[in-house]
Every structure is written in structure tokens, then in C-alpha cells.
Design a protein around this ligand. Structure first.
Ligand code: HEC
Length: 204
């Protein structure tokens, strides 16, 4: 067979195969509930490594002082813990329903990444995932210094203490239901009426 005929056949076969695959995908849907096939995971992996430029090799310009880590911690409790959990483990109501799931940031998977790479991820988010962009211009008010301090805090996660986690709980965003319950508890402690149980089941 002539070479051009072979090439043509291969191209046609590839088109046909991708057509069949696309049809299967559309049938099955793109639900975040199921784990993706290896082809999807492979393609997403390549897309992700392209999304963070290799040139992003900066070191964190801020020193890991107690104060800087503490600032990162406060910010994390308020902006990030909804998905990532205070301890960075990602075991949250939101985190569980996402694909890709937020990684356990205490493990080597995250800790082995460079400062610049983590910084870049926070600034720009991760496309095709639940990870939002928090950088300058994203409208979330996170500035450069804050992002670098978040990186310091992420580095601190493997050593986080139970006391720190307890402190963070106070800084986690609250719903109106949370506030109402706290008020009931306070009134009760001040000698008021016996607190009523919250009417609806709360998700935490
Ligand atoms: C709405 C949910 C959500 C919020 C809020 C969120 N993240 Fe994420 N984050 C994710 C998901 C999902 C991923 C995984 C993305 C992936 O694997 O492609 C992720 C990934 C990351 C990573 C990459 C970790 C790694 O190993 O590559 C970092 C760093 C990160 N988030 C930091 C933060 C910080 C800091 C904040 C707060 C300023 C934050 N995230 C807020 C969902 C969220």
C-alpha cells in the first residue's frame, strides 16, 4: 500500500474512534459524581501541567514567621476552608462533590510543589475545576502579599496543631442559621429561656 493511503486510513480511523468516544461521553454525561475515564484524566492532566507555566519557579518572598503564617491562616479559614477544610484535607461538603476533588494539601502531592506553583494556582485558579482564581483583578480582594502568606500557611499545614484548628473554626464563614444558634446559646448562658432546637437540619 502507498504511504499516503496508510496515512489516510490512520487519520480516518482516529476520527472514527474519537467520534465514537465523544458519543459515549455525551450519552454518559459529564457528571462530577463519577470518576472520569483514564483518557479524560490523562487529557486533563496534560491541560493542567500546561496551565501552570514551567517558568513559575519563584521562592516565597515572605519569611515563615509566626505572624505571617497566622495571617495566611486567618485568610484560609475565611476564604478557602469551605472547600479545603481548615486542616487542608479537603473533607468538606463542597469538596466531596467536586471533580477534581480538592487534594489533601498536607501530603507530598501538594507539599512537593514549588512556592511559585502554589502561588500561581491561588492567583489564577485551576481551569476546568472548582478552584477559583483569587488573584489581583479577580475581584476577591486578595493581593500579592496575602497570596504569598497563604502559601506559607499551606506549607505549615502538615504541622498544624489542634489549638490552631480550634482558632480557625471561629474564623470560618457563618450562615445566618449559625449566628441565630450562637445567639440562642448566648441568651441561654445569660440565664434566658431554654434554647429552642434549630428548626431545620443544618449542613456542616
Ligand atoms: C469552591 C471550592 C474551592 C475554594 C473556595 C478554594 N479552592 Fe483551592 N482547590 C479547589 C479544587 C477543586 C482544587 C483541585 C483542582 C485540581 O486538582 O485541578 C483546588 C486546588 C488548590 C491548590 C492546588 C493544590 C495542588 O496540590 O496542586 C491550591 C494551592 C489551592 N487550591 C489553594 C486554595 C486557597 C489558598 C484558597 C483560598 C484563597 C482556595 N484554594 C479556595 C477548590 C477550591
Amino acid at each position: 500500500m502507498k504511504t499516503w493511503k496508510m496515512v489516510l486510513l490512520v487519520v480516518i480511523a482516529l476520527f472514527a474512534a474519537s467520534g465514537v468516544y465523544a458519543t459515549l461521553l455525551v450519552r454518559r454525561g459529564f457528571s462530577a459524581r463519577e470518576s472520569p475515564s483514564w483518557i479524560e484524566a490523562f487529557a486533563a492532566g496534560i491541560a493542567k501541567s500546561l496551565a501552570v507555566p514551567a517558568t513559575y519557579r519563584m521562592k516565597d518572598p515572605y519569611a515563615p514567621t509566626a505572624e505571617n503564617i497566622r495571617e495566611g491562616e486567618e485568610h484560609f479559614a475565611d476564604h478557602c476552608a469551605t472547600c479545603h477544610a481548615n486542616d487542608g484535607g479537603g473533607d468538606t461538603l463542597f469538596g466531596k462533590g467536586l471533580y477534581p476533588k480538592p487534594p489533601d494539601m498536607r501530603t507530598a502531592e501538594t507539599q512537593n510543589k514549588g512556592d511559585g506553583e502554589l502561588y500561581y494556582t491561588i492567583e489564577n485558579g485551576v481551569r476546568l475545576s472548582g478552584m477559583p482564581a483569587f488573584g489581583t483583578g479577580s475581584g476577591t480582594g486578595t493581593d500579592d502579599a496575602e497570596t504569598w502568606k497563604l502559601v506559607l500557611f499551606i506549607r505549615h499545614l502538615p504541622q498544624i496543631t489542634p489549638e490552631e484548628l480550634e482558632d480557625m473554626k471561629k474564623l470560618n464563614p457563618k450562615t445566618d442559621a449559625d449566628r441565630a444558634e450562637e445567639q440562642r446559646e448566648d441568651e441561654f448562658l445569660d440565664g434566658g429561656a431554654v434554647p429552642k432546637a434549630p428548626a431545620e437540619e443544618r449542613h456542616h
